[in-house]
Structure formats: C-alpha cells, structure tokens
Design a protein. Structure first.
Length: 385
C-alpha cells in the first residue's frame, strides 16, 4: 500500500460512519465528528456527571489553549482579539450592532451571500444605512476591481464570504483587503465555508473581522464559533452586547458601575459553551497534526477530480468557477432532465449517501478523508437515475 493510501486509511479511521459504508459529502452543511472529538466531549460530560463536576481550572486552560490555536490557525499573533461566539450570525451581528452608524452610510455586499452575511447588516437600514449588492459575473465571481468601483465617499464597510455557500466561489481576500485598507474601510469576512477547507490569513489579508461557526469544515460541534477583530475595529466598536462577564471585575457582584472590558473580551458575556470549545480544541489540533496544507491539498484533489468527471457529462452545467484559485471545497451543478434535485438527494439517503440540494442545484462538498471512489459512486448514481 502506497504512503498516501496509508494516510487516507488513517484519516478515515477517525470517522466511524465510513465503517458503515455511509458516503458523506455534505461538509458545507455540517461535518461529522471525529473519534477524537467525541472522546473529548464524552470525557467532559463524564466529568460533569461522575467526576469533580466543577473543574474550572481545566476548563479555563482549555479555553485559553483553544483561543491560541484559533489565532495560530488564522495567522495572528493576537489571541486576545479572538472571541468565542455561538455562530456566524452572532459574530457578524456583534460587529454590525457595535458600530456607530450615520444616515447614508453604505455597506458593500453581493447578491450571492448566505443570509448570515446580510441580515445583520440589513437591520441597519433603520438607521439610514444603505446596502449595495454587487452582481457576480457570468461565472459567479466577484472581483476586487468590482468592489473598488462601487466605493463612494459614503462607503463604510465591505463584507464578503471567503467562500460562497452555493457556487463555492472563493474570494480574493488579499486584494480586497488591500483595497479596503487603501480607502480606510472596514473589511468583514464570513469565514464559515472557508476555514478548514482553505487558508485564511487575517494579517496578510488585512481582515478587520473574521466571523465563523465551527460545525462545517472545522469539524467541531454545533453552537460554537468565534469572531476575530483587528485593532482598527476594536477602536471603533462599542459595548452593544454585554453581560455579567463584560466588566473588569465580574466577581465584584454588587459593583454595577464598573469599566467595560476591551470589546474583544466583553462580547463573551456569560457562561461559555465549554463542551463546544473542548470539541473545537481537539478538532483544531487534529488539523495541525495532519497539516493544514495537507488537508487543503486533499480537498483540492477531490474537487479537481469531481469537476473533471463532471466535465465529461454533456447533461451537466457546473456553476462552480473552473479556475482552482477561485474555488475551495464546494462543487455545485445541475443535471439536465433532473426535475427535482431535492427529491433525488433524499432518495440517496436510503443508499447511505449524503449530499445536498441547494436552490435547484446539486452540491457536493468533500473533506480530506473522503475518496475518489466515494465520489465516483455518487456520480454514477446521479447519471444512472
């Protein structure tokens, strides 16, 4: 057995569903949990049930360690700027609600965004904020030059998904960040479809806010995510979402008139999702153990294989961009003659296969442990239906 096959076998051994013959290619929706993650969760729950119950010292050590792992993962030397959040929407809302807005301020978005990167800004229309929706080109791409042309003297913020949820378009974050820096605009990135499948460097890309949940490509439990904010953004955010842990000395319980903590800390308003953080901690360690480049390369190979295979089918229309630099882990397409992708996807479940139907398209999203044989099996079923 060649070395790559040995590695793939070791990757797959961490995911029990593969032993049952379940082909899971829907990581853009939610990922399965590895054995390592579920072991960490069980250990935590067992300790809560049968052990010391209160183990605050260990919990806080894990919280601090996970914050540092996140900082390393997104390439920042400032773990103190990482705040644990429940999901992407909470993280983006914390930015939108924490800024002071003026009538006529403009925010640049685009028409492909998942609602998590729209609704937290849309509610700002009550303050007179105007949302500018850019329209993608014929291949479903938004270019930095397009964003630059849309900037006016009223533009305050640009927000974009690192990878779009439907067609899988991967934005040129570095170039967009340079444009935002040039015009002194805030740069917000929805990272949930990128992190874990693609590298996101908040420092090089000059990202002011990176918001994500961790249950997709990061392969962690649901209900845990994080928000990274830059020093520039920290100076502009005000305490909008607060709680008992948002002040300098929270255990001084009767002293209500305390100074607020820095914004990156006061957003952790109360009891944290400790079990979620335990799961994220182990999942991130697993990425580093394997090698983040290795994970991304394995995903890239599977995506390339899928696209090449689909291009051989005359009945297929692929809406995922063709250039490798314009995509990450998502392949989305339609099949001529398939009346209901939703019904077809549901029918696959009886065969132990999970993919996704979105907006009338089929979406396949493999992770590093998947194989070309699994993808071939799914595609054969699609084209024999």
């Amino acid at each position: 057995m060649i070395e790559n096959e040995k590695n793939k076998d070791s990757y797959r051994a961490q995911f029990p569903h593969t032993e049952n013959g379940h082909i899971y290619l829907n990581h853009a929706a939610i990922s399965p949990l590895s054995r390592k993650v579920t072991t960490a969760l069980r250990d935590y729950l067992d300790n809560r049930s049968f052990g010391s119950v209160e183990d605050f010292e260990t919990w806080m050590q894990t919280v601090d360690e996970t914050r540092n792992l996140i900082a390393r993962f997104i390439h920042t030397n400032h773990p103190e700027r990482v705040t644990f959040m429940g999901n992407t929407s909470d993280a983006i809302s914390a930015v939108a609600e924490g800024l002071s807005w003026n009538d006529g301020d403009e925010i640049i978005l685009n028409s492909m965004e998942f609602p998590s990167n729209v609704q937290p800004f849309r509610i700002l229309e009550r303050f007179g904020v105007k949302l500018i929706y850019l329209i993608p080109d014929d291949e479903g791409r938004i270019f930095p030059e397009q964003i630059k042309k849309a900037i006016t003297e009223k533009t305050r913020l640009v927000s974009i998904s690192a990878v779009q949820y439907l067609n899988g378009f991967r934005a040129d974050l570095k170039s967009i960040g340079e444009i935002c820096n040039q015009y002194n605009l805030l740069f917000v990135v929805d990272g949930i479809q990128g992190l874990g499948a693609a590298d996101i460097d908040v420092t090089t890309c000059r990202i002011d806010a990176l918001a994500t949940g961790a249950h997709k490509w990061l392969m962690a439990p649901m209900g845990i995510g994080f928000l990274y904010i830059s020093e520039k953004l920290m100076k502009q955010l005000s305490p909008a979402k607060t709680g008992w842990l948002s002040v300098e000395v929270p255990w001084d319980l009767t002293n209500f008139d305390q100074p607020w903590l820095p914004v990156s800390k006061h957003l952790e308003t109360g009891t944290l999702n400790i079990s979620g953080i335990f799961g994220l901690n182990v999942s991130l360690k697993n990425f580093f153990d394997i090698g983040t480049d290795t994970v991304q390369n394995e995903i890239g190979k599977l995506v390339d294989f899928t696209i090449e295979r689909l291009q051989d089918e005359p009945s297929v229309k692929i809406i995922t961009p063709m250039q490798p630099q314009d995509r990450a882990g998502i392949i989305t397409f339609s099949v001529n003659g398939m009346d209901s992708p939703d019904d077809f996807v549901n029918s696959l479940k009886s065969n132990g296969i999970t993919i996704s139907a979105r907006e009338g398209y089929i979406r396949i999203s493999p992770h590093y442990y998947n194989t070309t044989d699994e993808i071939e099996t799914v595609l054969n079923l699609i084209f024999s239906s």
